[in-house]
Design a protein around this ligand. Sequence first.
Ligand code: SF4
Length: 217
Amino acid sequence: MLLFGNRKMPQPPILKIHEIFSSLQGEGLRQGEPTLFIRLTGCNLRCGFCDTRSAWEGGEDQTIAQILDRSLELRRDFPCDWICLTGGEPLLQDIGELLLGLKEASFEIQVETNATRPPQHPVDWYTASPKPPEYALNPELGEAARELKLVVSEELTAEDCLRLCSRVPAETPLILQPESNLGWSIEKGLGLLRQVLRSGKTNVRLSPQLHKILDIP
Ligand code: SF4
């Protein structure tokens, strides 16, 4: 006799993980803070300037327990409060149970997202980073975001910046991030910053990628 008939036994949640590592947060307002990173595999966009293309595909299936074990092991060696889920696009996978587990382990949680998907759970810090050409911004995600981060790409215009700023709360800062710290992008970013300031939005900053300057992961 089959104990459970044809009914499927519940499977432990599995996530496709590209890498888990410790470093400093290199981007945005949290720049410089010691942070663990969980990079999830897969992205629904294909940005020309993407610097994490290796995370578009591949990765390793890991259970929530395995991911938590690895995170706690890293934290023993590099004690830090924050953990950042990034990608790829972390909100393409069902990260609910992972978020609960990380909270139980007393992590402060950041999720860096391209903002095309709604937030899955309240976390401590959503970074909304809409991407060209559409610059899609899910309205719920826009409300939840602690920062709006835009790569200063060839496509980005002051109109894009202002339109996106109008779709997040006024107190949400705008971070202009030069594309791979390239000179032309820094120069363009300074020009955009001036235009945004002149429009009346003052909580804006230009912020190069710190991890690339320091040559760390
Ligand atoms: S959204 Fe991010 S991870 Fe996805 S392709 Fe664009 S830059 Fe790369």
